[in-house]
Design a protein around this ligand. Structure first.
Ligand SMILES: [Zn+2]
Length: 644
């Protein structure tokens, strides 16, 4: 570098805007002019690709030109380990160069050869698909889609209920989804095979008809052929792992008092149907909520106890793994922990989510019986029916092309290449696959007359029907549905709790409230916000308007308890003086004071009161009372006018 004109850091007399820093792996080596640093970068790159002067091919030469914004200008060279790099073609030598993420953004890499502009581009991609990620490369005909749809697919490709790995037997993830009936797509990009995706299938080829049929395909809903479902379309399983740890209840160092297995005491014989003599469940056992999954003997109580299965979904025991103790595994300590892997079957259900590879997601609305599904002249019935309205606004033409290619591939028994940028305006996929369809005796455009499954009549228009690869997404109703009539409430506010797990409700928030008001649905509003929430009866004093000062009196023998306002009542011992004062004010002093016994009440702590009788009961939300209490603690009083 110094021979190329870099001034070593020790020899630098002046540095500043006009000089470019030269760094290797983050360490400042020296300075040079901006013009020279660009020159050095070009020279180094030439040497690097040519293999001259011992410069390694994986060296990253990041030249940052001077600018008013962005990164600090200079020459940044990286040669460390574990940097991500990728191959591109270096034009001056026509050889492979390896570039990294830092330098790449300051380089001019053409995507295709015809795109190269002299004196601008230094590199060209080996394949135009290199600009796409692994995920994006799995979308067939992505060049025919509107770009946001391709991005949605990249999101959904990660949510598929596919094949998460090849060593599933040995894995014990908390939750794992697996598609049992995965297929290789008929229509796939060439990189699909390079990535070895056939080892990890994440979808099924489905015959898809684009037709508005029975209204069950409205609004991105899709009808699934019941027979397709029964043949295993989209069938998947979920694996859950639970740990049973007997050492949880004792502190470290204490002797073991709980042992897996059965004790000599009395215990129900039914336990043996699920659990073996060692206290662990049989592999393959079907368990439902509340069923025993492991038995252990507790020395302290002298009893045999069981742990029970506590998920609402029934499952099969897939595997039982014994877990050793890290602390003293050397001296062969007794087994205290096992992990149990459950297998939960998940057939496609109404409400489950599916998607093609073009960002076209949908929810299963019905499993339609085959006899009522439309059929073609050759007797083909669709596995899936989707609505034509899914297309105009989304412009996922790639899905039409895939459908066409899939159909032609089926008819000729070939896997179709769906790599982007293989076709152009002169040589369109519609023609290419149309010819294939024609050769097989089908309509050139992929349309077919269909017959109504209900009446047997021919539908008045030809229907676009073909084969599309569908992914099952791992958002399933079983994990999401929420129901509540009455249930647990918050102890402080008496309002329903939230959360699906706890059987809570769905909140009617401020915006929902505004919608009710806007629609004029006053009774619905009251129903949601009061009757179905924290409806309570509360006593209130009509004189002072307080709900906090009311209390019930101690019932007299033979009588009933009454509600009295303590605030408006007068203490019995003060009654005379109070009344005397009133009389003094009015003038006649010498009259006897007599209070009827029925006016006197007791508060339960031995104190007697008179008055405070003007109370009534109102229906209020309980939180109002809570709010009143909180405010009174701050010295603020709420007063209610109760009428009549
Ligand atoms: Zn009162």
């Amino acid at each position: 570098l110094f021979e190329l004109g870099v001034t070593p850091i020790e020899a630098c007399s002046q540095i500043g805007q006009n000089y470019a820093v030269v760094q290797i792996d983050g360490e400042i080596i020296g300075y040079t002019s901006h013009k020279n640093s660009a020159q050095i970068a070009n020279t180094l790159r030439f040497w690097k690709v040519a293999g001259k002067n011992g410069i390694p091919l994986d060296l990253e030469i990041g030249y940052v030109p001077p600018s008013t914004k962005g990164q600090y200008p200079g020459l940044f060279i990286f040669g460390g380990h574990s940097r991500m790099m990728r191959p591109v073609k270096y034009l001056p030598l026509g050889k492979e160069d390896i570039v990294g993420p830092f330098e790449q953004v300051y380089m001019n890499i053409a995507v295709t050869a015809p795109e190269i502009v002299n004196d601008v581009h230094t590199h060209v991609e080996f394949s135009p698909t290199n600009i796409l990620s692994i995920l994006a490369n799995l979308t067939p005909f992505s060049d025919y889609n509107q770009s946001p749809r391709n991005m949605y697919q990249c999101q959904m490709g990660k949510q598929t209920m596919g094949t998460p790995g090849v060593g599933l037997v040995h894995r014990s993830d908390n939750k794992l989804y697996r598609l049992q009936s995965g297929q290789t797509p008929i229509v796939k990009a060439n990189l699909y095979d390079d990535y070895g995706m056939d080892n990890f299938p994440n979808g099924t080829n489905a015959v898809v008809a684009v037709i508005s049929y029975t209204c069950y395909d409205m609004d991105d809903a899709m009808i699934i052929n019941k027979s397709a479902d029964e043949r295993g379309f989209g069938y998947g399983t979920m694996y859950k792992v639970e740990k049973v740890d007997l050492s949880m209840n004792r502190s470290r160092g204490d002797p073991i008092t709980q042992h897996f297995g059965f004790g000599s005491d009395e215990w129900p014989q039914e336990w043996l149907t699920n659990i073996d003599e060692d206290g662990l469940p049989y592999v393959g056992t079907f368990v439902q909520e509340g069923d025993p999954i492991a038995a252990f003997y507790d020395e302290i109580s002298g009893k045999t106890k069981v742990k029970t299965y506590h998920h609402s979904e029934p499952a099969y025991i897939e595997a039982v793994n014994l877990i050793g103790d890290d602390s003293n595994s050397l001296n062969n300590s007794e087994l205290q922990t096992v992990s149990i892997k459950y297998r939960i079957t998940r057939t496609p259900q109404i409400g489950d989510k599916f998607s093609s590879r073009h960002g076209q997601k949908g929810v299963c609305s019905r499993k339609w019986p085959t006899i009522d599904m439309p059929f073609s002249e050759t007797g083909i019935q669709p596995d899936i029916i989707i609505n034509p309205h899914a297309f105009p606004s989304r412009m996922t033409i790639g899905m039409f092309v895939e459908s066409l290619a899939g159909k032609a591939g089926c008819l000729h028994g070939i896997a179709q290449d769906a790599t982007p940028w293989r076709f152009n305006e002169e040589d369109t996929p519609a023609d290419y696959f149309g010819e294939q369809l024609k050769a097989a005796g089908y309509n050139y455009h992929g349309n077919e007359p269909l017959y109504s499954g209900a009446t047997g009549e021919e539908l008045r228009v030809d229907i676009y029907i073909g084969v599309v690869y569908y992914q099952r997404l791992r958002h399933m109703v079983n994990d999401k549905y929420q129901v509540r009539s009455t249930g647990p409430v918050n102890a402080l506010t008496m309002q329903p709790v939230k959360g699906r797990k706890r059987g809570g409700g769905i909140r009617i928030g401020e915006m929902e409230r505004d919608a009710f008001i806007g629609h004029g649905t006053a009774y619905l509003l009251q129903d949601r916000l009061l009757n179905c929430s924290d409806y309570t009866h509360s006593a209130i004093c009509k004189d002072c308007g307080s709900i906090l000062t009311t209390q019930s009196s101690v019932p007299r023998i033979g009588g009933k308890s009454t509600v009295r306002c303590r605030r408006c009542a007068i203490k019995f011992e003060d009654v005379k003086s109070v009344l005397n004062k009133q009389k003094a004010a009015s003038g006649d002093e010498n009259e006897d004071i007599y209070i009827d016994d029925s006016y006197i009440w007791e508060d339960g702590q031995g104190k007697k009161f008179v008055g405070g009788v003007n109370t009534t009961t109102v229906a209020i939300p309980f939180v109002l009372k809570y709010l009143d209490s909180e405010l009174s603690a701050m010295g603020i009083r709420l007063k209610y006018n109760v009428e009549p």
